[in-house]
Design a protein around this ligand. Structure first.
Ligand code: CP
Ligand code: NVA
Length: 322
């Protein structure tokens, strides 16, 4: 997302590029980024590994818990030659009422980019509007685009291609589902989302994807649709039934989603070389059976590791000097 022209901190000479949703990349940029991520994976630990962030500092502002996002960005910035600074709201004045706009102005004077994990997309865009350095969405209520970079890299590495793959999302129409929907429309693959009635993905995000010329995005409701959807899938993926911030709904959600577990029987309906993905953290026995996530088709640990490589490629893209 480009900063609106009215952004007070924007210099007309150096327009800033944010990564708030996958749609902030073109199809070609996304494909190049995935290829670069695999190259950086091969170069890891070697003298030829680039250090384009030398002299740069990246803030990682986390208003929600994180294991993978925090560690992969901290290690990634370090390995690119930069300084990562993790910030929690309780440690900085933002947590005591300094406005998000003023915080953005301050970050822009000290940092070269900010990764922001927050509760709402509105809060994320406010930070971006007042930031003159790139803001990267480290997860909000609507999207989780850095996770999708890793997921797409994992699919590419396992299946050898992205175009035309058949992906099935089983479960909540949440932030991860939205980012999969955007990926399908950008790259032209076939995505079927199966969710309970009342837990469908955001209609505007689905419609935008369906209006794009590429790929197919289909939303089905009811657990009865899962078995058919899984037939001949290349990728089956899911996420927790209760996302961060929804803890108060856990009783109701656990009841509604009870038949939405990715089981070994459902995995068997997919193609023989199909893979299972999950952004993690996982709850065995809820959204996924233990013998699936710990089974031979699971690629969840590679997927988590690919956060590191794909985010390095993203940082390189956003911060490399012209
Ligand atoms: N998948 C993911 O974003 O994990 P964390 O919440 O641990 O960062
Ligand atoms: N949908 C989950 C993803 C966690 C990485 C959440 O928002 O909590």
């Amino acid at each position: 997302m480009n900063v609106p022209a009215s952004s007070p901190e924007r210099s007309p000479q150096s327009p800033v590029r944010h990564f708030l949703t996958l749609r902030d990349l073109s199809r070609d940029e996304l494909l190049q980024l995935i290829a670069r991520a695999s190259e950086l994976k091969r170069l890891r630990g070697q003298p030829a590994h680039p250090k384009p962030l030398a002299g740069m500092s990246v803030g990682i502002l986390l208003e929600k818990s994180s294991t993978r996002t925090r560690i992969s960005f901290e290690v990634g910035v370090f390995e690119l030659g930069g300084l990562p600074i993790t910030l929690k709201p309780g440690d900085i004045q933002l947590g005591r009422g300094e406005t998000i706009e003023d915080s953005a102005r301050m970050f822009s004077r000290f940092l070269h980019a900010v990764v922001f994990r927050t509760s709402t997309h509105e809060r994320l865009t406010r930070l971006a509007q007042f930031s003159s350095v790139p803001v990267i969405n480290g997860l909000c209520d609507l999207h989780h685009p850095t996770q999708l970079l890793a997921d797409l890299q994992t699919v590419q590495e396992n299946l050898g291609h992205l175009e035309g793959v058949r992906v099935v999302w089983v479960g909540d129409g949440n932030n991860m589902a939205h980012s999969w929907i955007e990926a399908a429309s950008l790259l032209g693959f076939d995505l079927t989302v199966v969710c309970p009635v009342g837990y469908e993905p955001n209609q505007a995000i689905v419609q935008a994807a369906q209006q794009s010329a590429r790929g197919t995005v289909r939303v089905l409701t009811g657990a009865g649709a899962i078995d058919d959807a899984c037939r001949d899938a290349d990728v089956i993926t899911t996420d927790v039934w209760v996302s961060m911030g929804q803890e108060g709904e856990s009783g109701e959600r656990n009841a509604v989603f009870t038949d939405f577990t990715v089981t070994a029987a459902r995995m068997k309906r997919a193609k023989p070389n199909a893979v299972f993905l999950h952004c993690l953290p996982a709850h065995r026995g809820e959204e996924v059976a233990a013998d699936v996530i710990d089974g031979p088709r699971s690629r969840v640990w590679d997927e988590a590791e690919n956060r590191l490589h794909s985010q390095k490629a993203l940082l390189e893209l956003l911060l490399s000097r012209p």
